[in-house]
Design a protein around this ligand. Structure first.
Ligand SMILES: NC(=O)c1ccc[n+]([C@@H]2O[C@H](COP(=O)([O-])OP(=O)(O)OC[C@H]3O[C@@H](n4cnc5c(N)ncnc54)[C@H](O)[C@@H]3O)[C@@H](O)[C@H]2O)c1
Length: 249
């Protein structure tokens, strides 16, 4: 099934989740733009797409720092110049700094909120005018179980992820008249570098609690994003899709 034939998918971030989503939608016919502020991440993404057999004509890399609106606007302009539209935006760019509040600096708070919440605002703001003009858009934001339970994460991260869920409710409602849907996917712990960077004790306690008895695969999240980013979910908006092995909150 080629759900993404003729579709242009822009993904902020070029890390673990972004690459899994990219490969999934490429396998369903999409053209994919990865937008990251790290040259290294973009180079690794290009390498991995090539190694996975995707012709580089269907893949582009754009520099984008989601901390700045001009950078998001310029990244979208690059994609429009090459492919004329963005059908689906997938916002994955994010960071973690899990510290107890009494050890968390103002900067730790600001940085996480600025990227995980402000960055999603700015990337959405950059794509919405084109989507409104075409009366079509699918926006999928990567949230987290941390924004649902608030457990095992820093208050900065929990607030930023709960914040994007609120953003999807607001934008899902307000952009519906233009046939633009906005949803979030809230993953539990996934096999990837974000999870493995947590202290072992925290990793073990998270894994032990999962009813489906395993940590999530990146492909589990990619499948959910592909659903919400496609026309299969054309009548779903403002939702949070939990992908967490049954870890309830
Ligand atoms: N991995 C997990 O276990 C997990 C679980 C739940 C939610 N998430 C969420 O999924 C998303 C992706 O996580 P991941 O595992 O792929 O992480 P990752 O660290 O592999 O990738 C994140 C990417 O975001 C980029 N980035 C950071 N700041 C940026 C900025 N200012 N501008 C542009 N790009 C920036 C980084 O360069 C990196 O390539 C994050 O929002 C994360 O909070 C991850």
């Amino acid at each position: 099934m080629e759900r993404f034939a003729d579709k242009v998918v822009m993904i902020t971030g070029a890390g673990d989740v972004a690459l899994a989503v990219g490969k999934r939608v490429l396998s369903e016919g999409a053209k994919v733009a990865f937008a990251d502020f790290s040259e290294q991440a973009l180079a690794a993404a290009a390498e991995e797409m090539k190694a996975s057999g995707y012709e580089l004509e269907r893949v582009m890399m754009v520099e984008c720092d989601v901390r700045r609106q001009e950078s998001c606007d310029a990244a979208v302009a690059d994609v429009l110049k090459k492919w004329e539209k963005v059908d689906t935006l997938v916002a994955t760019a994010g960071i973690i700094r899990h510290l107890p509040i009494d050890e968390m600096s103002e900067k730790d708070w600001q940085d996480v909120v600025d990227i995980n919440l402000g960055g999603v605002f700015r990337s959405c703001k950059a794509v919405v005018p084109g989507m409104k003009k075409r009366r079509y858009g699918r926006i999928v934001i990567i949230s987290s179980i941390g924004g649902r339970t608030g457990r095992n994460v820093g208050v900065n991260y929990a607030a930023s992820k709960a914040g994007v869920n609120g953003m999807a409710i607001n934008l899902g409602y307000n952009l519906a008249p233009w046939n633009i849907t906005v949803n979030t996917v809230a993953p539990g712990p996934l096999k990837g570098k974000m999870f493995s960077s947590m202290p072992q004790e925290q990793q073990d306690s998270l894994a032990a609690d999962v009813p489906l008895q395993r940590i999530g695969e990146l492909s589990d999240v990619a499948a959910a994003v592909a659903y919400l980013g496609s026309d299969d979910a054309a009548w779903t908006t403002g939702e949070v899709l939990d992908v967490n092995g049954g870890l309830q909150y």
